[in-house]
Design a protein around this ligand. Sequence first.
Ligand SMILES: [Mg+2]
Length: 186
Amino acid sequence: MFELFFNKKHFYPNDYKKTVYDVDFQELWNNNIRIIMLDLDNTLIPYDESKPTSKIYKLFDTLKSIGFKVYIISNNQKDRVKSFAKKVKASYVYSARKPFRLGFKRALRYANNPEHESVCLIGDQFMTDVLGGRRMNFFVIVVDTIKRKGEKWFTKISKYFERRILRRLKRTDSEFYFKLKLNEKR
Ligand SMILES: [Mg+2]
């Protein structure tokens, strides 16, 4: 199966939160994280919306006031990613092809090639965000998928693999699985 092509340790997120708003960004800063990379679809907004909410604007203000460099890193196309990123005044990478390294490398170049350990990636999908981010040695926080309805076919496949990954983690490393409360992952 597809997931066997990848190292098992890359399916271990560093943390799990229900939403991006549950992340303690000050704590990340205190732990020497300086760069936040955010997935767009179903992490910040659902597929069928395009505008940032007031909560999202507030989030980006908070991130910048703490001192983070913030990047939107999305597998989606230019128009959607660019228009969202412009609104929140963030840098962005579109067509990032997560879990492959190319898009992450582009973002790292924009950030003047920082230590990978100083990067936190937040996303909702195991097959793209967790796998991709852990392969890069980033600190990865996985969050719940905002909305399943109307998702694209490749997201459905990705979610199918995610269920398999979660089942395997539960079976092979239940201590880790329950410590992160991955049984609550949606
Ligand atoms: Mg996503």
